[in-house]
Design a protein around this ligand. Structure first.
Ligand code: CAP
Ligand code: MG
Length: 473
């Protein structure tokens, strides 16, 4: 209970000039049944109901626990810090009693401006453990100007990568070797060679799968060198720039930096890191090291934070678990400075359609507006540049048209199985994807092309996988 001061706003209260003064969060909670059963209010006024009162208490308690309060009154003598604690306390406001949603405004002075780990430990650190709440979702976090200004954002972003690759427009296509683990370093370089040189030689990139790091039969340094060598040779031959998203993920940041340096020494332009398993500090460190390498962010493990199948996930209805939306994660990684991020795909095997489409805006808009249907807050991005959206998971050439219509051309489309599973082999897989991209850019509808070219690699792929996404149930 928020017992020391009032952490709840008066009805109609709004934070003054939030872009200067406040961090804002948007949440939904579910009240614990026992808390509802046992709550006693002695002075309920006419029209006030117990559940609403408890909701107000819970909202205030969340604001207290995540800012300056605790569960009981504490010593409040002149040297206790209590005056500042009152002045700088967070305020719960905009309570929506139907949907159990509310916002919290945190005065900016509660935070060290350039310390994301510290900020998160405050605003979402302890609140999921509160017993009076049985479920909670953090939908969004909106950051004020001074915090945005204290982070670099991407070094390259959409524009910078286009420049590096000499590719002023169009999507990028990449492949993760499948099986996920199995190829040796040499075999992976062989695959890179086929990807880079098959068809018209326009295939852009290869990416390590998340569980490929430095293994006994596929050594990081050897793989980096061999694959990057293939990229250089293919660039000369095809006159198209190539890239390798080489996985530096490690639980020791020093080791990640060593691996990034190996990539730099071999003239690579990109590193890949799993940003959830390595953490915010790792991303911030790698970005601020300024090694001159672009950062590709894979988000393995995010589902344990972001996924929530409750009926009330989009507003009305019950919530069953504790989660943080992908919108929040996408914002934080853009802020820290990744150059491309897996944002899912409106079609992919693991995604919520509407949210995946919005993630692209979170990553790329300068003045992000709240989504009309998904609970969200928007964000002024100021100097923080747009980041590539990576669409991945169960994708194949038949998805290109819908993905690009939905996400736009500043998208990296990753097809692992959707290239390597082509019935006519890997080269045919490359050609099918090259063709899917080419006809999209020429404005030729996919179905029309397939009708006219029934023997093409693309038509064979369509016959194999169909037009929709391959969602595995
Ligand atoms: C895709 C993938 C990606 C996931 C996760 C996999 O392979 O390599 O890791 O898609 O990405 O292992 O499943 P396929 P996201 O192309 O064969 O599906 O976070 O964007 O969903
Ligand atoms: Mg993978």
């Amino acid at each position: 209970m928020a017992v020391q001061f009032n952490y709840l706003a008066q009805k109609g209260w709004k934070p003054k000039n939030p872009d200067e003064n406040y961090v804002i969060t948007l949440l939904k909670i579910e009240l614990d049944e026992k808390a509802v059963r046992t709550a006693k209010y002695q002075h309920l006024k006419k029209g006030e109901n117990k559940k609403n009162k408890l909701f107000e208490d819970a909202a205030a308690t969340v604001a207290a626990e995540s800012s300056t309060g605790t569960w009981t009154k504490v010593y409040s003598g002149s040297d206790s810090g209590i005056l500042l604690a009152k002045e700088k306390r967070a305020i719960a406001y905009d309570l929506d009693y139907d949907r159990n949603m509310f916002k919290i405004a945190y005065p900016i002075e509660l935070f060290e401006l350039n310390n994301l780990s510290g900020l998160l430990a405050g605003i979402v650190g302890n609140i999921a453990g509160m017993k009076m709440i049985s479920a909670m979702r953090i939908y969004d976090i909106k950051l004020p100007k001074k915090i945005v200004e204290s982070f670099p954002g991407p070094k390259f972003g959409v524009k910078g990568i286009r420049k590096l690759l000499n590719k002023p427009k169009g999507c990028l296509v990449i492949t993760v070797p499948k099986p996920k683990i199995g190829r040796t370093d040499k075999e992976q370089a062989e695959l890179a060679k086929i990807l880079f040189n098959s068809g018209k030689g326009t295939y852009d990139g290869i990416k390590d799968d998340e569980n490929l790091t430095n293994l006994s039969f596929n050594k990081f340094e050897k793989r980096a060198k061999l694959v990057l060598d293939e990229a250089k040779i293919a660039e000369k031959k095809t006159k198209h720039k190539k890239f390798y998203l080489c996985n530096i993920t490690h639980s020791n940041i020093e080791e990640m930096i060593n691996r990034a340096k190996i990539i730099k020494d071999n003239q690579g332009i990109f590193i890949m890191m799993d940003v959830v398993t390595t953490g915010f500090a790792a991303v911030d460190t790698l970005r601020r090291k300024n090694l001159g390498l672009a950062i590709h962010a894979h988000r393995a493990m995010h589902g344990f934070m972001t996924r929530d199948n409750s009926p009330g996930i989009h507003g009305k209805g019950k919530l069953y678990g504790f989660s943080i939306s992908m919108i929040v994660l996408a914002k934080l990684f853009r802020l820290l400075g990744v150059d491309s991020l897996h944002g899912g795909s409106p079609l992919a095997k693991m995604e919520d359609y509407k949210e995946a489409s919005y993630i692209r805006h979170v990553l790329q808009d300068k003045e992000l507006k709240p989504h009309k249907k998904i609970p969200s807050l928007g964000q002024k991005w100021r100097h923080i540049n747009p980041v590539w959206m990576t669409a991945s998971g169960g994708l194949h050439p038949g998805d290109f048209e819908s993905i690009l219509n939905e996400l736009g051309q500043d998208t990296i489309i990753q097809c692992g199985g959707g290239l390597l599973g082509h019935p006519e082999g890997i080269e045919a897989g490359v050609i099918a994807i090259e063709t899917a991209r080419e006809i999209y850019e020429k404005g030729i509808p996919l179905k029309k092309f397939v009708e006219k070219n029934p023997d093409s690699e693309l038509a064979v792929a369509m016959k194999h996988w169909g037009y929709g996404p391959k969602i595995v149930y």
